[in-house]
Design a protein around this ligand. Structure first.
Ligand code: ZN
Length: 162
């Protein structure tokens, strides 16, 4: 079994060297901007829902390595999912990153995204990892813009009912 810390570093490095689905999306029908002023992360996430399913998705912006890797893995994991399935992943990722979901014992749909489970022990990085997911939530709900420091703090904002 691979050392979780080594795997985490390998995944972060890999997604920073080659971020997946990076760039603008001309024919998006859902889009949101996310800010994390504490770190300086600022990303735009755009996607196209076809019959309630994520057909294409892309992100761009300036962010730290953890935020970029999280956004990159988000796009590969959410593509092809329904809006409800995406909301489940958003909630599970947030709960994992904030330590409310123990992926070692509880049922979840996070798959390889569990490499981010270690951020719960790094309080300054939690928001970096969560920002893309909160931005996805804003995009799916046409909120347009979101910030980790707004009234709707992603650490506490309710996310869906699904
Ligand atoms: Zn960051």
């Amino acid at each position: 079994m691979a050392d979780p810390k080594a795997l985490y570093q390998e995944v972060i490095l890999d997604h920073n060297r080659k971020p997946r689905n990076y760039g603008a999306l001309a024919d998006a029908n859902h889009k949101a901007e996310g800010h994390n002023p504490l770190c300086g992360d600022h990303i735009t996430l755009a996607l196209r829902l076809d019959d309630d399913r994520v057909g294409v998705i892309a992100f761009e912006g300036e962010s730290c390595a953890i935020c970029k890797a999280s956004a990159s893995m988000l796009t590969t994991n959410v593509k092809g999912k329904t809006r409800d399935e995406a909301e489940v992943l958003i909630r599970e990722f947030r709960d994992m990153a904030t330590g409310q979901l123990d992926t070692a014992t509880a049922a979840h749909h996070l798959g390889r995204l569990t490499v981010f489970s270690g951020v719960r022990d790094l309080p300054t990085r939690v928001k970096c990892a969560i920002l893309p997911w909160h931005t996805l939530h804003a995009a799916l709900n046409s909120a347009g813009e979101t910030s980790t420091e707004s009234d709707q703090d992603p650490m506490h904002a309710p996310i869906g009912d699904a």
